[in-house]
Design a protein around this ligand. Structure first.
Ligand code: SF4
Length: 365
């Protein structure tokens, strides 16, 4: 934990940067309070104020003495994202939020209201280094990893906007590859998983990865059990590498080994995300391989119609990608169902505000 030079902070708060408590786990808060000479039980109180009551000021914390509030205010802060803007899709009610980090970078989060659930899609990086050819975030390049506080704050700020009980599910599927920001992603999951956090259980949280095999294994062994989604998009290495260059580093067999371990260790079912591209991954031979894979691993397939990247003026292979026509998607799904594969189709939500899957991007000069 980065608690730097507490003594000098207390003696001369103006000299040193304040410690940001937002994003700290309960264990880190305990260490912090012990280090500043306070009782350990304060950690639970502040945890409750920050993550359940969504408080950002020590002066609201009425179960702290005036002296303690002043002391905390001198040496630490509760600082996260800043709300910038939001837009609601007229088509679907999907709401896209834009937030700003303290270093003035913007990220997006998307709230998808469906009848049975209200899912919040959150980001873990500003931009993304992985350059998946169908993804607007990939096209914008990589800026930085979000801190645990910035990851969790997307949920807290949306909860403040729509009410804490409104959001029923969280997917780590916005901007960035969560497993390339493994440490901070894990901390944000720990905060959500804490018995002190009232709200969302990790059974309702899905981490989606492009396939960082060693980190899938690490997450499987972490003791946390979020659901896992693998962006598969093809069962053939040659094709998957064209769509997702990360496949050159972690090919399909390595990821299959890792997700098998994940499913076994966590007792959860893997979701295979499958964005459909015309004549690239929608052939009968793709169905055959997908069925084979699904029979091997407890899993389901989530079919995603490809959403246009026109708003990003794509070039190269990205510009060649076309959506599979609706009739072919229906046929593809039917053939999977005939083989007893569990399939869902995520029809487009929020294309009119560029909030649909793979469309999130902030334009930077
Ligand atoms: S799909 Fe995910 S991993 Fe790939 S570039 Fe986009 S944000 Fe990154």
């Amino acid at each position: 934990m980065e608690i730097i030079d507490q003594k000098s902070l207390i003696e001369n708060p103006s000299l040193t940067k304040k410690v940001n408590l937002k994003g700290m786990t309960i264990d880190e808060l305990e260490d912090f309070f012990l280090e500043i000479g306070e009782h350990k039980y304060r950690s639970e109180q502040i945890f409750h104020w920050m993550y359940n009551k969504l408080s950002v000021s020590f002066f609201e914390m009425e179960n702290f003495s005036k002296e303690l509030r002043n002391k905390l205010n001198g040496i630490c802060e509760i600082k996260g994202l800043e709300y910038v803007d939001s837009k609601v899709s007229e088509e679907s009610g999907t709401k896209k939020y834009i937030f700003k980090t303290s270093d003035d970078l913007k990220i997006e989060s998307v709230l998808i209201p469906e009848e049975s659930r209200k899912t919040l899609c959150i980001s873990t990086q500003v931009g993304c280094p992985l350059d998946c050819k169908f993804c607007a975030t990939g096209l914008m390049g990589y800026k930085k990893n979000l801190t645990p506080g910035e990851i969790i704050d997307q949920y807290l700020l949306v909860a403040k906007d729509v009410g804490k009980d409104y959001v029923t599910n969280i997917v780590y599927m916005g901007m960035g590859e969560p497993l390339l920001n493994y440490h901070n992603t894990l901390k944000s999951l720990e905060i959500l998983a804490s018995s002190l956090t009232k709200g969302i259980s990790l059974k309702k949280v899905t981490v989606s990865t492009a396939g960082i095999a060693p980190k899938i294994i690490a997450l499987a062994d972490s003791g946390l059990k979020p659901k896992l989604a693998l962006s598969l998009h093809s069962c053939f290495d040659e094709i998957r590498s064209l769509i997702m260059p990360i496949n050159n580093k972690y090919p399909i067999h390595e990821n299959v080994k890792a997700i098998r371990h994940y499913a076994k260790n966590t007792g959860t079912r893997i979701t295979f995300e499958y964005v459909m591209f015309k004549d690239i991954n929608d052939r009968d031979v793709d169905i055959k391989e997908l069925v084979k894979l699904c029979k091997e691993i407890p899993s389901k397939v989530n079919i995603i119609p490809f959403n246009s990247l026109k708003h990003m003026s794509p070039k190269g292979f990205s510009a060649k990608l076309q959506p599979t026509p609706r009739e072919r998607i229906d046929d593809f799904v039917k053939k999977l169902l005939d083989k007893n594969i569990t399939v869902t189709v995520r029809y487009t939500q929020g294309t009119d505000i560029a909030a649909a899957c793979g469309q999130l991007a902030i334009k930077y000069k």
